[in-house]
Write a protein that binds this ligand. Structure first.
Ligand SMILES: [Zn+2]
Length: 291
């Protein structure tokens, strides 16, 4: 029966009208919502309403129909792809999104960074959250990044504070592009990444204008109502640490250092920011630093 519906996906079918007149389908849809079947996502993605960005209206209408029939509809669990580096910010984001009821799908990248421990720590954090993580190997990008960023190039001198050489050129755009593709493959239209207020002055691909523009690209490039969010854009790194502490994020298992030592070096720009954030938040820092 659903096959017939799915065949209609590219026609401008009014699902609401269809459901009004097909109670059996409504029951089936209730069932798919309850069990969180990807079929619902597929159905909602395939509606014309959805294509116009009115997915919430569709769900709302469905809830209205349910109420009229004396039924209660459980809102579908929304899937969100989280760009998870294994650092303090993105790990907090993953915990936060889970606490908000999202079904989280973390994705992490090996882009040839010296701090190869990042992806290992991201896996550990995902494990703590009880979810699987996609680790994507784009390490050949090292050929491009070498010479321009200290995060990849061992021959460059590591700074203790911000310098343009800690910027990996266009990194977030590259990661988000892959994350959009991943989202579509799992029936998700929402992405989150951990850019925050303390990043904004220094990193152009962490700014609101970038997020808005990239979201627009994702919408146009997929014909779907993709949303890209950095929910912590109003918070400093210290405030994120406070949020995460309340959510019991195991910061000891996260990795911020740009280097690959056994412990955090304590001297690179990222370690310094991490130390300062814990101090500013007045939360005891569980990180072991080499200095
Ligand atoms: Zn470090």
């Amino acid at each position: 029966m659903f096959n017939n519906i799915l065949l209609e996906e590219d026609k401008r079918v009014s699902w609401a009208y269809f459901l009004h007149n097909n109670p059996l389908h409504l029951d089936l849809i209730f069932a798919t919502i309850r069990i969180g079947s990807p079929l619902l996502t597929y159905l909602s993605l395939s509606t014309d309403w959805h294509r116009r960005g009115n997915n919430r209206l569709w769900i709302h209408h469905l809830q209205g129909i349910a109420q009229n029939r004396g039924r209660k509809i459980v809102a579908p669990i929304e899937k969100v792809v989280i760009v998870l580096s294994g650092g303090a910010d993105s790990s907090t984001l993953a915990y936060w999104a889970k606490s908000k009821g999202y079904e989280i799908h973390p994705i992490s990248f090996n882009y040839g960074q010296i701090a190869s421990k990042e992806t290992k720590n991201a896996k550990v954090i995902a494990g703590k959250l009880g979810v699987k993580i996609k680790v994507i190997d784009v390490s050949s990008l090292k050929q491009i990044f070498k010479g321009s960023t200290v995060l990849v190039d061992r021959s460059m001198i590591m700074p203790a504070q911000f310098e343009s050489k800690v910027i990996v050129p266009f990194r977030n755009a590259i990661f988000l592009s892959i994350a959009v593709a991943y989202a579509i493959s799992i029936g998700s239209i929402k992405l989150m990444y951990g850019a925050h207020k303390s990043d904004e002055p220094f990193y152009p691909d962490c700014r609101k204008e970038f997020v808005d523009a990239f979201q627009n690209v994702a919408k146009i490039g997929t014909e779907m109502d993709m949303t890209i969010e950095n929910p912590f854009y109003k918070f400093s790194k210290a405030e994120i640490i406070r949020i995460g502490t309340n959510l019991r994020v195991p910061y000891k298992l996260t990795w911020s250092c740009y280097l690959e030592g056994e412990y955090h070096c304590g001297d690179c720009e990222s370690c310094v920011n991490r130390k300062n954030a814990f101090k500013e938040a007045r939360i005891s820092d569980p990180t072991r630093y080499e200095s």
